[in-house]
Each structure stands twice: as structure tokens, then as C-alpha cells.
Design a protein around this ligand. Structure first.
Ligand code: TGC
Ligand code: FAD
Length: 390
């Protein structure tokens, strides 16, 4: 009489309302139909078949910018957004990335810091998945320390002219619009850059062994001339991009648990079938200990995510709390995937099972949206009052 899902052990569904569970069920279904049958192939070939087809499917369900309001966005709660991220990442971190970058980074930048005209122009199409966005903060020489960015925007008459490079940009090569952060005489500013602007190009980054079912690109800005109204008017300084990162990091707090859950379930099913020394390996104490430890860490992760979701829905969420959640849940999820991999033995390294794919993906998730070290220092600063970044 084994449980049908690992969430049942602690009755985690009791944390959520019927509406929240309905959103989760919808996302679970679209992933089962449109992602799960194909994602191992996308990962193996390093190519998503039809990104725009997928974003349109997600758009129809209101999953893009789903916790934003107005302009065609679904206006769902932070907890619903979190549950959606968990289900998307149970399919693949790359699919959750597609949705996070679109909604929590590119759309949020326009929604939070854009003019009314910019919102009207871009958000409805992005919410519908007809237009794809990307978010360029990281550069070849600048990652954790975005304040040292080299990309520059200078005035030329009424226009802006952008020069520089961005690196590791999710959705870059398939985007219709790039949010590009650049240094100006006034400080860091955000620019809304249509990707067909002369001087803009987005070559694909190849040779990744992680996030292979995701488009990752370089952005090259070579004298990109933009009209005066291309700048996001409502923010100057690093709090512009960092304010968006809070949203995407929050989604990852939940998302990473999806990769963990999928890996635990794969390991549990495998252990029930696999016979060694005359019995199924799930009857061995050492295997049970692994299954229990993984389920325990997953359960604690969901409790933390749900708590952060409730805080966010009550408008009480603070950035260091999101750091605490991302730090714990991504690290825990990666450890879970590594343990699950051992249960599958040699089969654990095969793409026939989802575990090694999740494990490799989480290496990126551990690094992007702020590395483990950055989130440790953010929480450390809060605990001690002392900044240890420099
Ligand atoms: P610092 O001096 O601390 O702050 C500069 C200004 O920013 C404000 N601020 C924040 N505002 C909102 N939310 C936050 N979380 C904020 N953190 C800081 C701060 O109040 C200040 O404002 P003001 O008005 O006083 O100027 O900045 P610092 O230079 O010391 O850097 C701090 C640090 C290291 C924590 C920050 O730079 C950082 O988080 N670095 C990590 C960079 C990062 O996360 N990059 C992610 C790139 S995007 C990405 O990875 C997408 S992956 C997507 C996917 O595929 O899912
Ligand atoms: P670095 O900052 O060079 O860090 C290298 C190491 O040094 C890390 O371990 C780091 O923690 C450590 N370190 C740095 N400073 C300190 C310090 N003060 N104390 C202790 N240790 C320190 N970026 C975007 O802007 N948009 C995107 O869409 C995007 N998508 C991505 C997709 C993928 C698949 C990947 C892998 C990355 C993506 N990124 C994106 C970039 C990502 O945000 C950066 O990789 C990340 O911020 C780290 O920067 P870095 O790789 O330059 O590492």
C-alpha cells in the first residue's frame, strides 16, 4: 500500500486551496500533453522543436506573466504562480526557464518600470505567447557583480545608442524583444529593444551540458540606435533589474522542487521494479533511507516555498527571504537528484529516465538568478549587518 505520490506522505495538498490545486492540475496536464513526451529528445538534440507554439499554449492558459495584473495577464496569486513553476520544472528546468524569463523578468520589467505606452505595446502579445522576451543583465566579464557592467547607452540627440555584449541570455535567439540593462551617465537603465533593430544580434550558445531544452544566447549590441522612449522610465540604478530578479528567484524556490519530485518518483518506481539479490531494491534498508531522506528534504522545501508564497501574497515578502528559499531549495533539489541517480544505478545516467537531465539542469539553476554564494552573502548580510561582497 505505497503512496501514489510523495506529496501524500505529509499531506502537502492540505497547504493549498481548491483553486490553487486546480491551477496546478491545469499546468500538470499541459506539461503531460505538450512537454513530457518530447522533452528528453529536446534535451538530447539541444533543440526545442517549436518554442513559439509552446509559448502560445502556455499563453492560452494564462501562464505567462501569470501573477501580473492587466494587459492580458491572468492576475493569479504568488502561490498559484509557484505551483505552476513546480509543475513546469517537474517536466524540465528549461521549460520553467522559458516561462520565468518571459513572465518574471521581461514582462515584469515592463510592467513594473515601463511607461503606459510600453505596457500597451508589449504586454498583451507577451501574455498571449505571441511575442517572446528575454532579459539581458549578465555579460561575458560580469555576472555576480552587475554593478560593473560594461554595456553602455549614450545619448545621441534624442536617441539612445547601445554598445556592448550580454552573455548567457535565456530565450535570446528566439526573442522579439530584449530588456537590456546598460550603464548611462545617470546610472544603470533598462531599455526595451526590439530584436529586429539594426546592430542587434543574438547568436546561440552551443556546447551546453545543462539546460539543453532551453535557448541560451549571447546578445551583441553594436551601435543599436533606439528612440528616446525606449528607456524604461520608472527606474534608474541596480534596483531596476534586481527588483525583477526577486520575482524570478521566487519562482525557482518552487520550480527546483519539481525537478526533485520527478527524480524521487522515478527512483521510487525504479526501486520497486529492480530486483537484486533476490528482492526488489526498495526492500533494502539503505535504499529506503535514501527514499526517506529525499522525501524529507522535498517536504521541507515545499513547506518553505508555501510559507514564502503566503508571505508574498500578503505583500510581506522580502528579498533575503527569497534568497533563503532559493539557496535551500535548489541545493536540496540537486542533492535529491544525485541521490535518486544512485538508486537507478547505470540506468541513472541514461536519458531514458528523467533524473540525470534534472540533475544536469539544476547545475545551471544553482548558478543563475544569483549563485549559492551570492544568496549566502545576502542572507549573511541580513544576519550580521555586514556586507561581505567586497
Ligand atoms: P547593492 O549596493 O546591494 O544594491 C544596489 C541597489 O539595488 C537595490 N537592491 C535590490 N532591490 C530590489 N531587490 C533586491 N533583491 C535588491 N538587492 C539590492 C539596493 O537597495 C540598491 O538600491 P539603491 O536605490 O540604494 O541604489 O548592490 P551590489 O552591487 O552590492 O550587488 C548586490 C548583489 C551582489 C546581491 C546583487 O548584485 C546580486 O544579486 N548579484 C547576482 C546577480 C544575478 O542574480 N544575476 C542574475 C541574472 S538574470 C538570470 O540569471 C536569469 S536566469 C533565468 C532563467 O533562465 O530562469
Ligand atoms: P561569476 O560571477 O564570475 O562567479 C564565479 C564564481 O565566483 C561563483 O561561484 C560565484 O559565486 C563566485 N563569486 C563571485 N563573487 C563572489 C564573492 N563576492 N564572494 C564569494 N564568491 C563569489 N543572465 C541573464 O542576465 N539573463 C538570463 O536570461 C540568463 N540566463 C542564464 C541561463 C543559463 C543556462 C545560465 C547558466 C546562466 C544564465 N544567466 C543569465 C547568467 C547567470 O545569471 C550568471 O551565470 C550568474 O549570475 C553568475 O555569473 P557568472 O557565471 O559570471 O559567475
Amino acid at each position: 500500500n505505497a503512496l501514489s505520490r510523495i506529496d501524500e506522505l505529509a499531506n502537502l495538498d492540505h497547504l493549498f486551496s481548491a483553486d490553487e490545486l486546480a491551477v496546478r492540475a491545469t499546468v500538470r496536464q499541459v506539461c503531460a500533453d505538450k512537454v513530457d513526451p518530447y522533452v528528453a529528445t529536446w534535451f538530447e538534440t539541444g533543440q526545442l522543436d517549436d518554442v513559439r507554439g509552446l509559448t502560445k499554449e502556455f499563453g492560452k492558459l494564462g501562464l505567462l506573466g501569470m501573477h501580473l495584473t492587466g494587459y492580458g495577464c491572468a492576475g493569479m496569486s504568488a502561490t498559484e504562480y509557484g505551483l505552476a513553476c513546480l509543475e513546469l520544472e517537474a517536466s524540465d528546468s528549461g521549460i520553467r526557464s522559458l516561462v520565468s524569463v518571459q513572465g518574471s523578468l521581461a514582462m515584469t520589467a515592463i510592467w513594473k518600470w515601463g511607461s503606459e505606452e510600453q505596457k500597451q505595446q508589449w504586454l498583451p502579445g507577451m501574455a498571449a505567447g505571441e511575442l517572446i522576451g528575454c532579459f539581458g543583465l549578465t555579460e561575458p566579464d560580469v555576472g555576480s557583480d552587475p554593478g560593473s557592467m560594461r554595456t553602455r547607452a549614450r545619448r545621441d540627440g534624442a536617441d539612445w545608442v547601445l554598445d556592448g555584449r550580454k552573455m548567457w541570455i535565456t530565450n535570446g535567439s528566439v526573442a522579439d524583444v530584449a530588456i537590456v540593462w546598460a550603464g548611462t551617465e545617470e546610472g544603470v537603465r533598462g531599455f526595451v529593444v526590439p530584436t529586429d533593430t539594426p546592430g542587434f544580434s543574438a547568436p546561440l550558445i552551443k556546447h551546453k551540458l545543462s539546460l539543453r531544452a532551453s535557448v541560451t544566447s549571447e546578445l551583441v549590441l553594436d551601435g543599436v540606435r533606439l528612440p528616446a522612449d525606449a528607456v524604461l522610465p520608472e527606474v534608474t540604478g541596480l534596483r531596476g533589474p534586481l527588483g525583477c530578479l526577486n520575482e524570478a528567484r521566487y519562482g525557482i524556490v518552487w520550480g527546483a522542487l519539481g525537478a526533485a519530485r520527478s527524480s524521487i518518483e522515478a527512483a521510487r518506481a525504479y526501486a520497486a521494479d529492480r530486483v537484486q539479490f533476490g528482492r526488489s531494491i526498495d526492500g533494502f534498508q539503505l535504499t529506503q533511507q535514501k527514499l526517506v531522506e529525499m522525501t524529507l528534504e522535498y517536504t521541507k522545501g515545499v513547506l518553505l516555498a508555501a510559507h514564502l508564497g503566503r508571505l508574498k501574497d500578503a505583500h510581506l515578502s522580502r528579498p533575503e527571504q527569497v534568497s533563503l528559499g532559493k539557496l535551500n531549495n535548489v541545493r536540496a533539489a540537486l542533492e535529491i537528484c544525485r541521490t535518486a541517480r544512485t538508486i537507478l544505478g547505470a540506468n541513472g545516467i541514461s536519458l531514458e529516465y528523467p533524473v540525470i537531465r534534472h540533475m544536469n539542469n539544476l547545475e545551471s539553476v544553482l548558478t543563475y538568478e544569483g549563485t549559492v554564494e551570492m544568496h549566502t552573502l545576502i542572507v549573511g548580510e541580513k544576519l550580521t549587518g555586514q556586507s561581505a561582497f567586497r
